[in-house]
Write a protein that binds this ligand. Structure first.
Ligand code: CP
Ligand code: NVA
Length: 301
């Protein structure tokens, strides 16, 4: 385990080991036990897009582990003025012990890892969001006890979240269904990976996808970088909303997860969101524990 560029970089065993460590770190934190396993380590956090959870969980996580995190915004870095990634990677590798990056192109993350000599963690690209899915898996296991026999359903855009959730389902053996409009499907190769390894259905009806689901997941209809398509997307995704009707089709006691930020009245109704707020905010909290576990695994000597 050297980098986390996408969830598929980790084996099933590595993912379970991250989740176990995240559970342990959560338990220790709740009981006031300090764990400074990254004492003196420095993490650079490059943000080319906005963030609340990712930034705060990595920064607080690093502090709690005894290390230091630097917030490096695109507006201030020379990378924002065109300095090549291969140079940025080689420079930062001389100062830091790890880099977390949130950006648009997956290739930029891959290039940082290729040209640098320190671990690189993907904090979201247009292609995937592996850190979020580790927290999601942690939340599912915490509430359901195990992944065995579960069906995870995603309603909405076949975006970065859908891509990483599909890999998460494959790695943990959950079945997966997705409801999305035509032309907004997730990555083809990842759909094939699902078809080859788990029960997988692609539907055009949210209720059909939610049938017998144990976990119902949704995300915004217009992701960061798609602001100009927002109005068009509002019309296209109208019937891909997690609402009461969809929840009735799911299994009794089904969880609802949302990576946040949420748009009430768009991808999820306010009623469903509030009825499942405990799960959703546990999920947000688990970003901290999962991120700490990833940093420990990648950056500890
Ligand atoms: N879910 C998530 O990544 O949140 P932020 O965009 O606030 O980091
Ligand atoms: N799909 C969303 C996820 C935000 C955490 C986006 O990329 O904006």
């Amino acid at each position: 385990m050297k980098h986390l560029l996408k969830l598929n970089d980790f084996t099933r065993e590595e993912i379970l080991s991250v989740l176990n460590l995240a559970d342990q770190l959560k338990f220790e934190r709740k009981n006031g036990v300090a764990n400074e396993c990254l004492k003196g380590k420095k993490l650079g956090m490059i943000f080319q897009k906005s963030s609340t959870r990712t930034r705060v969980s990595f920064e607080v996580g690093m502090y709690e582990l005894g290390g230091y995190a630097l917030f490096l915004s695109n507006r201030d870095l020379q990378i924002g003025r065109g300095e090549p990634v291969e140079d940025t990677a080689r420079v930062l590798s001389r100062y830091l012990d790890g880099i977390m990056i949130r950006t648009f192109e997956q290739k930029e993350v891959e290039d940082l890892a290729k040209y640098g000599t320190i671990p690189v963690i993907n904090g979201l690209t247009d292609y995937c969001h592996p850190c979020q899915v580790l927290a999601d898996l942690m939340t599912i296991r915490e509430r359901k006890g195990s992944f065995k026999g579960l069906k995870l359903c995603f309603i909405g855009d076949g975006n970065n979240m859908a891509n990483s959730l599909m890999v998460g389902a494959v790695k943990t053996g959950m079945n997966f269904s997705i409801a999305c409009p035509e032309g907004y499907e997730p990555d083809k190769e990842l759909m094939n990976l699902c078809k080859e390894n788990i029960g997988f259905t692609l539907c055009r009806s949210a209720e059909e996808a939610a049938r017998n689901a144990d976990v119902v997941y949704t995300d915004v209809w217009a992701s960061m970088g798609q602001e100009e398509e927002r109005e068009k997307r509002m019309k296209i995704f109208k019937s891909y909303q997690v609402n009461e009707k969809v929840m009735k089709a799911a299994n009794k006691g089904a969880m609802v997860l949302h990576c946040l930020p949420a748009h009430r009245g768009e991808e999820i109704t306010a009623d469903v969101f509030e009825a499942h707020a405990d799960e959703i905010f546990d999920e947000a909290e688990n970003r901290l524990h999962a991120q700490k576990a990833v940093m420990c695994k990648l950056m500890r000597d």
